[in-house]
Design a protein around this ligand. Sequence first.
Ligand SMILES: O=C([O-])[C@@H](O)[C@@H](O)[C@H](O)[C@@H](O)C(=O)[O-]
Ligand SMILES: [Mg+2]
Length: 459
Amino acid sequence: MNHLLRSSSPTVTAMRVIPVAGRDSMLLNLCGAHGPFFIRNLVLLESSDGRVGIGEVPGGEGILKALQKAVALVEGSQVARYQRTLNAIRASHGAHTGSMQHQVSSAAEAAVLRQPHEINLRLDNVITAVEAALLDLLGQHLGVPVCELLGSGQQRSHVPMLAYLFYVGDSRRTGLRYAAQRAGDDWYAMRGREALTPEAIADLADAAAERYGFQDFKLKGGVMALQDELAAIAAIKRRRPDARCTVDPNGAWPLRDAIALGKQYGHLLAYAEDPCGPEQGYSGREIMAEFKRATSVRTATNMVATDWRQMGHSHLLGAVDIPLADPHFWTMQGSVRLAQLCHDWGLTWGSHSNNHFDVSLAMFTHAAAAAPGRITAIDTHWIWQEGEERLTRAPLQIVDGAVAVPSRPGLGIEPDLERIAAAHALYQQVAQGARDDAVAMRCLFPGWTYDPKRPSYAR
Ligand SMILES: O=C([O-])[C@@H](O)[C@@H](O)[C@H](O)[C@@H](O)C(=O)[O-]
Ligand SMILES: [Mg+2]
């Protein structure tokens, strides 16, 4: 490198890694139930021109430690040379430049059965946290929004989001510290109350649509019997015939049943997300391809095409129409690169999500804003936190089912340091290591264990 190059780039003067926690409802999934708190990791960068850049990624010790290890590589670096800094972090983990597959968890962790929400935890989460914060700083320095620095630049003014619906357990029966349940029929009251039937799911869809204007709906499945989850979709469609609906059982449905019901009810679905997973020695990609061929239902995934190598296999098999390229594990740049490929190859880009704060909402928004062509409404868990949680002064808003892309420079958000300190204090009080959704489920069903092929609640 030529050290004599003159650069007007600001430098990073300080990097802080801050684990934070927020409150959640008792959302059910294949792995159990969300506990009363979720955790995330934040990166805050200060620059020599007096600015602050921010990034947010999943919580957990592995990512936290890897981010702390990156501090020495980030501090003192030039903001405009962010690629060089990201490559240095990759190299410090033994990854090649641009490699997408290194895990940050230990070999021992990798050896145990990985649950759906663990599949996407890897070095790219670490890269993304720093990448987002550096792009935020660079955008502010140059006076342009982050989406204009990604791929071929900004492609849309609004990003469509979907209503991510969950069956909700009765948190009062758990003895855990969930927020008190409220009376009323607006979204904020309903999101904390039990919802276990098709009509209750349709009520949630109505309340979410009323509050945020959604036209797209996703039900987290793997909880009830397959036909009951499709009955919940049918209940939404009865009330909203034009709704675009999908269901995501995280690969739990046996292929035979999924094909039989997919043929009967597939017309209700805009696409099916990870309907099936590995079976009888065949990979999830092979089984998904069989499902698709047999039912003609389009498929989406955040489980079987989660990096470039898997994408290659998936494409050769014709397994997936909609890769859900969450920037938190594809990186912001990687996610947009995949969006460009989807556009050129006739696939549809979308994004997966996990519980997140409003920093991630901005990150999703900028990545999706830079995705060319027709995209599918992207996942966000934000509706389960919106109104009570925030780490920025003015979170982006979901209006008419979409977020307007901010025209302010960088990510277009302003960190609220007091709220961040409070979320960190909560983390210190409640964090219990890695996410384990079995804990809350065992409060309802003592001795409950995860089974990737059995619904978690209706057993
Ligand atoms: O929040 C959840 O329970 C979801 O199941 C999440 O963990 C998944 O990673 C994700 O949303 C998905 O689409 O599979
Ligand atoms: Mg999914």
